[in-house]
Design a protein around this ligand. Structure first.
Ligand code: C2G
Length: 132
């Protein structure tokens, strides 16, 4: 069983998230996702429109995702890799190099981001639309 692991906020899910999850899932037999808690988002200096339970329900409904668990600290990744028997850690290339330390425990793969789409852009256009 090749277990693939990734992390993220996954707020207002869009094609960029779907492409990342699909490509990650194709690298193994199951995909598990550490989903940033609302408290951890603030530690990441991120605010999400949708709360943890809402984002979790959406992720669990995506056919590429086999398990969702909470991401609450930066330090939990090594323990998560051991706990879930992870083969490959995957994340978008906006994090290139940041998680190389995990290569002591599993493969580390950075996938190219999908251009011209982000939750922030969607939220801005919604606000812009409402203001318009
Ligand atoms: N992503 C992508 N293309 C986009 C937008 C996002 O491939 N256009 C990828 C990101 O690179 C990331 C994943 O989708 O791998 C989730 O993105 P975010 O929700 O923005 O998560 P992030 O804040 O990067 O969280 O501990 C690691 C962090 O939790 C990662």
């Amino acid at each position: 069983m090749r277990t693939i692991l990734t992390y993220g906020t996954f707020d207002v899910v869009h094609i960029g998230h779907i492409n990342l999850l699909r490509r990650a899932r194709e690298l193994g037999d199951r995909l598990i996702v550490g989903l940033s808690s609302d408290e951890f988002n603030s530690k990441k200096h991120k605010s999400s429109l949708l709360d943890y339970e809402n984002r979790k329900s959406v992720l669990e409904a995506i056919r590429y995702v086999d398990l969702v668990f909470p991401e609450i600290t930066w330090e939990q990744k090594v323990e998560d890799v051991k706990k879930y028997g992870v083969t490959t850690f995957v994340i978008g290339d906006d994090w290139t190099g940041k998680f190389d330390f995990l290569s002591e425990y599993c493969e580390v793969t950075y996938l190219s981001r999908t251009a011209d789409i982000s939750s922030t852009l969607i939220k801005q256009s919604l606000i812009g639309g409402a203001a318009g």
